[in-house]
Design a protein around this ligand. Structure first.
Ligand SMILES: Cc1ncc(C[n+]2csc(CCOP(=O)(O)OP(=O)(O)O)c2C)c(N)n1
Ligand SMILES: [Mg+2]
Length: 805
C-alpha cells in the first residue's frame, strides 16, 4: 500500500461515547452490513420490474463504509450534526436509519423502485431525513463545507446555534474532482473547525485500482490549504505486529507496497496470500511472517483502521479536538469488506449471488422470517440503538423566518435610460434600507461583485469576515470594510463555489434554523461553468436568487466566449428554477421583490410571507438574466399609464404583457403580427414595430419577462389535457398577451429556440430570431446585425411570418 507521507495513526484521545461497548458496536455493524447488502440484493432479485433493465446498486462500495458509519451514528454523532454520505453508500444510510427506528420496514425492499428509496441519498425524495443529497461525485463532498460556512455566517449575524459538526463521507476517487479543490482552496472556507471530511480510502474507483502515489499528494494539498490531516490506516492487530521485532520493516513494506499488489491480496487463498505478500519482501519481513500461520497472516496484513471501530473513534476524537480548522481523516478501508467480493478490482457494481446471500444470512443466525428484523430490543444492541435514536432526535425548527417581510416593490424610479444590471444594484440597495428585509439579505459573487453592480450594496452592508479586518484602501467609490457584520461573502473565481455556497445559504432555513435571502451574481456565460453545482443546489431544495450578468451578444465588445447564448435555455429548462429576463427597471423591481418573497416563504412556511396579494406558489430558486445596455424606459412608462400598475404588475409577474398594443392605433384591416421581444433587444423590436406600422402592418409588441413562466403555464394545460384526455386550452397568461390569432416573430439575445415554441402554443406561424452561433467583439449594432436582431431583420422576419399564414 503506497501513498503515505507520515503514517500518523490517530492517538487515543477520548473514550468512545459513554456506555458504548465495542462488542455491541461490532454486533450492530454486522447487522448494518447485512441489511445494506440485502437491500441491494432484494432490489435486484426479489422484485420483478418487468422491463428487463438491470436495477443495480453498490454492495461493495457500501460495505467499505459500514464501520465508519456505524461508529458515527452509533457512537459519535450528536443530534445537531449533519452528514453527507457518499452516493454509493445510500443502502448503509438507510439500514442505519431503519435500525434507529427512523425508517419504516416497508422501505427496505424498495431501493431504486418508484416512490421508494432513491439510488443515491436525496434530501427531497428519501423518507428518512437525508441532510445532503449526493450523486454527482465531489459536490456532496463539498456541500457540508459550504453548509458550515453558511452556519458561521448565521451564527455571526443571528446568534450562535447549537454546535453542529458538518461531516462528509467521501470516496477516495472523488478527490479527483476539481470542485473539491476549488472548495478547499477558497478563503471563504478557511478555519471551519466544525468540518470533518472522512475519505473512504479503499484504493478503488469504478473501473480500477487507483494507481500511483495519490494520498501523500492529497494530504499535502489539504495541509497546504490549512486543514488538519489525520490518518486511520492500520488496525490494532497490525499495530501490535509493528512493535514486534522486525515490525518496522513490516510497516515499511506495507506502506511501500503498490496499491495494485496490495489489492491483489484480497480473494486469494491463505497460502497464496503469503506468496503474493512476500513477493520481493526484505528478509526481516520474511522472518517475521514465518512465525505467523497462513490463516492468521491474511487477516493480519489486511487489518485496516477503517474497519477498526476503536481506531476510528480515536481518530474522530482527534479531529473533534481541532476546532480552529477543518479536519480530513483518511480512513483506510476495504471495498466489499466482509463480503465475498472484498477487494476485487471489478467489484464496484458486482452483486452477491443468491447462494452467497443465503450463506451470509445463515452466518448471522438469521432466517427468511427474521432477516429484516430490527435489533432485538431486549438485547444490549437493541437497547443501545433505542438510546441512540433518542440522542439523535432533532429539535423542531423555530420558524425564525416569520419576520421576513419583502415588499411588492421598492418603488424604483427610472427616468433616464438604465440597464437591468444597474437597476438590480439599485433595488438591492433600496431593499437594504427596509428593516424587515435588510438583516436577511446576503450576497455573494466569485470575484465579480463590483462588475455585476453589487458595489452599492457592499458599501452599505460591508463584506463578511468571521473576524474584523483592517481596511487598507481608502477608495472613495467602494468601501471594502470586512467584519462579522458584513453581508456580502466574496469568493475566489470559482463558479462551482458560487453555486455550492448559494445552495447552502439557500438551505439555512433547514440546516441552520435561520432563513436567509441569498443573492448571487455571476457573469452569465459562466453560469455554465458552475452548472452542475447549480443543478445540485436546486435539486437539494435550496432557495436563492442568482443574477447572470452581463449576458448575450449585448456584451458586445467582450466578444466570443464571454457572450452567453444557451444560458436562457438552461434557465427555462432547469427544474426548481424560475428564469426571468426583464427589459425594464420597474418590471425588474416587481419581479425581484416577488422572487425574494417566494424565497422568504421557505423559512416562514410556504405562503406566509406577510405580503399583500397572492402567496407565491413557486418553491425553487430564481435566475435573472441581465445586461449592461441602458435602454429608454419611456415605453414601459407608457404601458403603465395605459394599463395601470395593478394589471401591468400581474402580467409582468405572469411572464408577458403588451408593451405596444397595435390594435389601439392600427387602421382597420391592417394585417396583425406579434413582435415578441425578451430583454435587451426591446428597443430594436419597438423600432421594427414602428417601421411596420408605417407599412400598414399592425405590429403589437409583447415583452416577455419570463419565457419560463409562460412555457410552464402552457405545459401545465397541455399535460392536463394529456392526462385527462381532453382538449387543452391556451393558458391565461398567453391569452392575455396574445388575444388575437396572428403570426409571431420572437426576438431574443439568446439561442433562437428559447421562444420558438410560441408558434406551436398559439397555433400560428412563427419566425424565431436569436443567437445560434458564437459571438465576436464589436458594437451592439454590429452584433445585432450579425445575428439578425436589428430592426431591419425583425421587419423582414415579420413579413416572412405573415407570408406563412
Ligand atoms: C460527477 C460524476 N462522475 C462520474 C460518476 C460515476 N461514478 C460513480 S462512482 C464512481 C467511482 C467512485 O469511486 P470512489 O469515489 O473511490 O468510490 P468507492 O470506491 O467508495 O465506490 C464513478 C466514476 C458520478 N457518480 N459522478
Ligand atoms: Mg474508492
Amino acid at each position: 500500500m503506497d501513498d503515505t507521507i507520515s503514517t500518523r495513526t490517530a492517538a487515543r484521545t477520548a473514550p468512545p461515547r459513554a456506555g458504548c461497548d465495542p462488542a455491541i458496536l461490532d454486533e450492530i455493524q454486522r447487522r448494518v452490513l447485512w441489511l445494506a447488502t440485502r437491500i441491494v440484493d432484494a432490489a435486484n432479485h426479489d422484485r420483478d420490474t418487468g422491463d428487463g433493465v438491470k436495477v443495480g446498486g453498490h454492495q461493495a462500495s457500501s460495505a467499505s463504509l459500514v464501520t465508519v458509519m456505524t461508529a458515527l451514528y452509533f457512537a459519535y454523532l450528536d443530534a445537531p450534526d449533519r452528514v453527507s454520505v457518499k452516493p454509493h453508500a445510500s443502502p448503509v444510510y438507510h439500514a442505519i436509519q431503519y435500525l434507529l427506528g427512523n425508517l419504516d420496514r416497508s422501505y427496505l425492499t424498495t431501493l431504486r423502485a418508484f416512490g421508494g428509496l432513491q439510488s443515491y441519498p436525496s434530501r427531497t425524495k428519501d423518507p428518512d431525513g437525508v441532510d445532503f443529497s449526493t450523486g454527482s461525485v465531489g459536490l456532496g463532498a463539498a456541500a457540508p463545507l459550504f453548509a458550515a460556512a453558511a452556519r458561521r455566517y448565521v451564527d455571526a449575524h443571528f446568534g450562535p446555534r447549537p454546535r453542529s459538526r458538518f461531516i462528509a463521507l467521501i470516496g477516495d476517487a472523488e478527490l479527483d474532482e476539481g470542485n473539491i479543490w476549488e472548495a478547499v482552496a477558497d478563503p471563504a472556507t478557511d478555519g471551519l473547525g466544525d468540518v470533518l471530511w472522512i475519505v473512504d480510502v479503499n484504493r478503488q474507483s469504478l473501473d480500477r485500482v487507483v494507481p500511483g502515489v495519490r494520498i501523500a499528494q492529497w494530504e499535502q494539498q489539504f495541509s497546504a490549504a490549512g486543514w488538519h490531516v489525520v490518518e486511520a490506516k492500520y488496525g490494532q492487530a497490525l499495530q501490535k505486529a509493528f512493535v514486534q521485532p522486525g515490525g518496522d520493516s513490516l510497516r515499511a513494506w506495507i506502506d511501500a507496497m503498490p496499491n495494485e499488489q496490495y489489492q491483489s491480496l484480497f480473494g486469494l487463498e491463505p497460502t497464496a496470500v503469503r506468496e503474493r505478500f512476500l513477493d520481493g519482501a526484505p528478509p526481516q519481513v520474511q522472518q517475521l511472517c514465518a512465525g505467523i500461520p497462513d490463516h492468521e497472516l491474511a487477516p493480519l496484513v489486511t487489518d485496516l483502521a477503517g474497519h477498526d471501530l476503536g481506531a476510528l473513534l480515536d481518530a474522530f476524537a482527534e479531529c473533534d479536538a481541532e476546532t480552529s480548522r477543518p479536519s480530513v481523516l483518511f480512513a483506510y478501508t476495504i471495498k466489499g469488506w466482509g463480503l465475498p467480493i472484498a477487494g476485487n478490482p471489478r467489484n464496484h457494481s458486482a452483486l452477491l449471488s443468491t447462494a452467497q446471500i443465503d450463506q451470509m444470512r445463515e452466518q448471522l443466525g438469521l432466517t427468511a422470517a427474521t432477516e429484516w428484523d430490527r435489533l432485538d430490543p431486549m438485547t444490549p444492541a437493541g437497547q443501545w440503538a433505542a438510546a441512540r435514536r433518542e440522542q439523535l432526535a432533532r429539535a423542531p425548527r423555530s420558524h425564525a423566518g416569520n419576520g421576513v417581510v419583502v415588499p411588492d416593490a421598492t418603488g424604483l424610479r427610472a427616468a433616464r435610460p438604465i440597464s437591468t444590471q444597474e437597476a438590480f444594484g439599485r433595488i438591492l440597495v433600496d431593499l437594504s434600507r427596509v428593516d424587515a428585509v435588510a438583516p436577511y439579505l446576503v450576497t455573494t459573487a466569485p470575484d465579480v461583485a463590483t462588475s455585476t453592480n453589487l458595489a452599492g450594496f457592499i458599501n452599505r452592508t460591508g463584506v463578511f469576515s468571521p473576524v474584523p479586518r483592517r481596511a487598507w484602501s481608502s477608495d472613495p467609490v467602494l468601501k471594502w470594510a470586512e467584519g462579522p457584520d458584513g453581508q456580502h461573502i466574496e469568493l475566489g473565481i470559482s463558479e462551482m463555489n458560487l453555486f455550492l455556497l448559494l445552495g447552502q445559504l439557500g438551505l439555512t432555513w433547514d440546516l441552520s434554523d435561520q432563513p436567509l435571502l441569498p443573492v448571487g451574481t455571476v457573469y452569465d456565460p459562466f453560469v455554465l461553468r458552475g452548472l452542475d453545482a447549480f443543478i445540485y443546489s436546486v435539486y437539494s431544495g435550496a432557495r436563492f436568487v442568482v443574477a447572470g450578468t452581463p449576458s448575450g451578444v449585448t456584451l458586445a465588445p467582450e466578444g466570443g466566449a464571454h457572450q452567453s447564448t444557451i444560458t436562457a435555455s438552461v434557465g427555462i429548462e432547469l427544474p426548481n428554477v424560475t428564469f426571468i429576463e426583464p427589459a425594464y427597471a420597474v418590471a425588474l423591481d416587481w419581479l425581484l421583490c416577488g422572487a425574494l418573497q417566494s424565497v422568504a416563504a421557505a423559512g416562514a412556511q410556504v405562503g406566509r410571507t406577510g405580503v399583500a396579494g397572492s402567496p407565491p406558489t413557486e418553491t425553487g430558486s430564481y435566475y435573472f438574466r441581465l445586461t449592461t445596455r441602458g435602454i429608454d424606459q419611456q415605453p414601459f412608462q407608457a404601458a403603465r399609464d395605459r394599463l395601470g400598475d395593478a394589471i401591468l404588475r400581474r402580467q409582468v409577474l405572469a411572464g408577458a404583457y403588451r408593451l405596444v398594443d397595435a390594435t389601439e392605433t392600427a387602421t382597420d384591416g391592417a394585417p396583425p403580427v406579434y413582435l415578441v421581444g425578451c430583454g435587451a433587444v426591446l428597443p430594436e423590436v419597438l423600432q421594427a414595430a414602428a417601421e411596420l406600422a408605417d407599412e400598414g402592418i399592425a405590429a403589437t409588441v409583447v415583452d416577455v419577462t419570463s419565457a419560463d413562466r409562460l412555457y410552464r403555464a402552457w405545459q401545465r394545460t397541455l399535460r392536463q389535457g394529456v392526462r385527462t384526455a381532453t382538449a387543452p386550452s391556451i393558458p391565461g397568461a398567453l391569452r392575455t398577451a396574445f388575444p388575437d390569432r396572428a403570426p409571431v416573430v420572437t426576438v431574443h439575445d439568446a439561442a433562437s429556440h428559447t421562444m420558438s415554441w410560441l408558434g406551436s402554443a398559439l397555433g400560428v406561424p412563427a419566425v424565431s430570431l436569436g443567437v445560434d452561433s458564437f459571438g465576436q467583439s464589436g458594437a451592439v449594432a454590429d452584433l445585432y446585425r450579425a445575428h439578425d436582431l436589428d430592426a431591419g431583420s425583425i421587419v423582414n422576419a415579420a413579413l416572412a411570418a405573415l407570408s406563412l399564414r
